[in-house]
Design a protein around this ligand. Sequence first.
Ligand code: PMP
Length: 334
Amino acid sequence: MQVHDSLVELMGNTPLVRLRNVTRGVTRPDGPQVLAKVEYFNPGGSVKDRIAVRMIDAAEKSGQLKPGGTIVEPTSGNTGVGLAIVAQERGYRCVFVCPDKVAKDKIDVLRAYGAEVVVCPTAVSPEHPDSYYSVSDRLAAEIPGAWKPNQYINPNNPRSHYETTGPEIWAQTEGRITHFVAGIGTGGTISGTGRYLKEVSGGRVEIVGADPEGSVYSGGTGRPYLTEGVGEDIWPETYDREICDRVIAVSDKDSFTMTRRLAREDALLVGGSCGMAVVAALRVAEEAPDDAVIVVLLPDGGRGYLSKIFNDEWMANYGFMSSPTEESTVGEVL
Ligand code: PMP
């Protein structure tokens, strides 16, 4: 029988899919290829499954996580899902801490997996006692048997991408990749995948970060933006400053507009950081030579954003769309 004993076995090995429609008018017919690494095919629905299993494996090996222990982590949702799936398989309790800008749907998902979730204000500094960083530190100290993976400093975060995402992309493109584009949150994806691709290609592959306008990676001060899971107001240890050749800043409006286009034009129902990464990838494609093979990583699916990015009223309230009724009427008639 073809059976898997656990969903954990199905993490990674996600497909590479050509972006055929949102690229029209940007890339020439025989010009650069833009290929999406679609991470929602992971069992937890995001790229974060990869780091979850790698971090837990390492903590079990080192003895930091013992049978019956509790996993405490500040997470915007996706890392929590990955951790919750592995925790269920292995009998751990999960307590997650989220900033309040995270979509309610995402928090409900974590609770559905059986995790406990504590919600903290976004608009406070990281040092503030109510920040999601501080609250998770306090809980990790107070709960007996608690272990905090800390995806912002854990070397197994970038390492998981060095060992899986990078080699998968190299094999899938038969070594023809010329550019890798990904959003930067903890920096684990771009640092680990980027390091692998640079090493294996002898430095030939160009690594391009995508960042919400206002975040530190593209020269901002941490000014709030609405794109979830990416951008920072601090420089995490998991971000290797040697790897990115270039970081492209993308506005929330451009990110969300592209996110909606990906669903309508390429049938990819994905999250806002995916739209952001695709905007950056298309900017790279505009300037790249015809034989370029650009791989853009799409971190998660779009179902967690239905009440925000995919909601006309929400988009109009933030000025990201002119008139919701007008757009949907025109869309229906055409
Ligand atoms: N997009 C989303 C939706 C995420 O949850 C994350 C992880 N924070 C990222 C992008 C960025 O990935 P990384 O942390 O590896 O930089």
